[in-house]
Design a protein. Structure first.
Length: 201
């Protein structure tokens, strides 16, 4: 990987060696070029996440761009005790949910109202992983309730820990675990139905 050098206080620094938090600290000191580095790191990841949330490429790009604009304008609100990544994904998540609400594509679903409950003794993670190669997975993810979809994508697409997801979505870790478990169970159930349809053809 080619080093990306930048002059900081008269010394050449490889930007790729700086943490996100270091970049933000320097950005707050007035070095606006550091924001381009943060965009380089996260633009594609934010876009991929939002696209899977709303399923519209053009609008996903708009939300991605407004996410970075909002982050730049609100840098003073970011607290160093929180990872920059989780803060950025919180902005993107809120923007995606706002988009779904505006376009009447958002349905508030409580955990208790899910049609299926986790079967006793079932390991949803194992079932999910064993079925994850199915070609219908992306379509099934897009059919999940937005709250479940958010948590699942941050876990599987971004590899965030439960604690990081809780921080990004401003909910408890228990809520995150419940949403992800039910999302995985919903995917497994959907894949089972797809497999049943294929078997009768």
């Amino acid at each position: 990987m080619t080093a990306i050098e930048h002059q900081i206080q008269g010394q050449a620094v490889d930007l790729q060696q700086l943490s996100d938090e270091d970049c933000v600290a320097l950005l707050k000191e007035g070095d606006s070029t550091l924001f381009a580095e943060l965009m380089r790191r996260y633009q594609n990841r934010i876009y991929a996440y939002v696209l899977r949330m709303i399923s519209c490429p053009d609008d996903a790009m708009d939300i991605c761009q407004t996410t970075f604009i909002s982050a730049y304008r609100n840098l003073e609100k970011w607290q160093p005790n929180a990872l920059f990544r989780t803060w950025l994904f919180r902005i993107a998540s809120n923007s995606a949910i706002d988009y779904l609400r505006r376009n009447r594509l958002y349905t508030q679903v409580t955990l208790e109202s899910v049609d299926h409950t986790l079967a006793d003794g079932m390991d949803p993670e194992r079932e999910y992983i064993s079925s994850a190669r199915c070609s219908g997975m992306i379509s099934l993810i897009q059919q999940l309730p937005p709250l479940f979809r958010q948590a699942l994508l941050l876990r599987e697409l971004e590899g965030m820990s439960y604690a990081e997801i809780a921080q990004a979505l401003d909910v408890s870790e228990g809520t995150v675990k419940s949403r992800i478990a039910r999302a995985r169970y919903g995917l497994v159930s959907g894949l089972d139905q797809l497999d049943g349809v294929e078997s009768v053809r």
